[in-house]
Every structure is written in structure tokens, then in C-alpha cells.
Design a protein around this ligand. Structure first.
Ligand code: C5P
Length: 242
């Protein structure tokens, strides 16, 4: 039998190891499900970096729109990508995005037009392949909450913990409608629902890296729960892994 002191020291070391364990957490799900709020909240609570991968697709869509390029023209797209530099600058639970040295306001990237274009270009294999290493670089720093559509299935299959959030379309559309109104980007509820449904179908049925839960993902239905409730639920699961 070990002397008591030794047992205590071992336990203390175990505790220290556990306390300092920093996880790679992925959160996937469709639009308007509350991923961003929850991901930012978790990153803040845990002191982790927040990785918003949708912002990368949106930034690229913005550049394509600015240049009036046809994303289906693969030669033109290859040239555009070879001349593009996207930098995500995470600072705690916030993230700024720079494209070709220019800082882009998040507001500019969150318009309904950019949402649709981002989802269209996200179905192009060239685009996904180009963005893959940019996203994976973030896993080098542990302590990451990564949000997107294919975080658990494609970008970070080795993640420590994977969540998949889902909710009824009507609930998600109402949330997005309110969010847009608060930003002064008003759109009718019907239009928001229609565009969201179209984006869902495109994201879930595209041939490459479609939106779907990783087989080991924990499914969370956010239809009837507020963001703080969802966050608490997820924190309990995370706490068991720390
Ligand atoms: O998450 P967010 O709504 O900002 O994403 C915009 C679009 O970018 C999505 O509709 C989806 O088509 C695409 N996307 C993706 N894979 C990710 C993140 C976003 O295909 N990991």
C-alpha cells in the first residue's frame, strides 16, 4: 500500500493534468440553429479560441461578388483563389476577418445575398479544398470551439467532442428574421424561411462534405430551448471531459 502522502500527490497531479486539458470541440448544424451564440459562449466560458468557419465561406463569397466573377468558371476561380489571402484573427470568443489585407466588417458578410452565395460556392470542391488547410491550422492551438457544417465529419475528425445542433425550420427562420431586423437588414419572415430552406437543402445534399452529424456527435435539439439553456446543457457534457 502506498503511503498517504504519495497517494495525495498522485491525485493532485491527475487533477492538474485534467484542469489543463484543452479540447478541440466541434459544433455543426444548419443555419439559424444558434451555433454562433452557443459557440461564442462556450469559447468565452472555457477561455478557448472561437473558429467561425462560415465567415471564411462568406469572405470568399464577398470577394467573388466584388469581382463579379463566375464561380462556376473553374479557371477563373482557380486564378482568383491563387490571388486570395484570408486571415482569421481570433481574439477570444470574437473573430475578425481580413481578406487580401483588408479588414471586413462582420455586418457586410451577414447579408442575405452573401448567405446564399456562400452556400453556392460551398458546394464547389475547389473552394472546400482551398479552405481546408486554413481551417485545420487552428487545431494546432488546442482549446478551440470550431463552428460550421463539416467540422466533425471532415475538417476535424479527430475532435475531442462533437456536437450537432438542430431545430425546426420555422423556429430557425423566426430567430434569423429577428436577428436581421435588429441589424436593420429587414426581410419578410416568409422570405427568410424560403431562403433558409433553400440553403438547408443545398448544404445537406451537396456531393462534397454535406451537412450531417458525425457518427459520434451529440445531438442537441434547440427548438424549445434558449441559448443559455443549450449552453448549460453542453457545458455539463464538456465538464465531464475536462
Ligand atoms: O455558418 P454560416 O451561415 O455563416 O455559413 C454560410 C455558408 O457557408 C453555409 O450555408 C454553408 O453553405 C457554408 N459553410 C460550409 N461549411 C462550413 C461552414 C459554412 O459549407 N464549415
Amino acid at each position: 500500500m502506498k503511503p498517504l502522502d504519495e497517494v495525495d500527490i498522485t491525485k493532485k497531479n491527475e487533477r492538474n493534468v485534467n484542469v489543463s486539458r484543452r479540447l478541440l470541440i466541434t459544433i455543426d448544424g444548419p443555419a439559424g440553429v444558434g451555433k454562433s451564440t452557443v459557440s461564442q459562449g462556450l469559447a468565452k466560458r472555457l477561455g478557448y479560441v472561437y473558429l467561425d468557419t462560415g465567415a471564411l465561406y462568406r469572405a470568399l463569397a464577398w470577394k467573388i461578388q466584388q469581382q463579379q466573377a463566375d464561380p462556376q468558371d473553374s479557371i477563373r476561380l482557380a486564378t482568383l483563389l491563387s490571388k486570395t489571402e484570408i486571415v482569421l484573427l481570433p481574439h477570444g470568443e470574437q473573430v475578425s476577418i481580413q481578406i487580401d489585407g483588408q479588414m471586413i466588417e462582420p455586418r457586410v458578410l451577414r447579408t442575405p445575398e452573401i448567405s446564399q452565395l456562400a452556400s453556392s460556392i460551398a458546394a464547389i470542391p475547389q473552394v472546400r479544398a482551398w479552405l481546408l488547410p486554413i481551417q485545420r491550422r487552428f487545431a494546432e492551438a488546442r482549446g478551440v470551439v470550431a463552428e460550421g457544417r463539416d467540422m466533425g465529419t471532415r475538417v476535424f475528425p479527430q475532435a475531442d467532442l462533437k456536437f450537432f445542433l438542430d431545430a425546426d425550420l420555422s423556429v430557425r427562420a423566426e430567430r434569423r428574421h429577428m436577428e436581421l431586423s435588429q441589424r436593420g437588414q429587414s426581410q419578410s419572415l416568409d422570405m427568410v424561411r424560403e431562403q433558409m430552406a433553400a440553403r438547408d437543402i443545398r448544404d445537406r445534399t451537396r456531393a462534397i462534405d454535406p451537412l450531417c452529424p458525425a457518427k459520434e456527435a451529440i445531438l442537441v435539439d434547440t427548438s424549445h430551448e434558449s441559448a443559455p439553456q443549450v449552453l448549460e446543457q453542453m457545458m455539463k457534457v464538456i465538464a465531464d471531459r475536462l
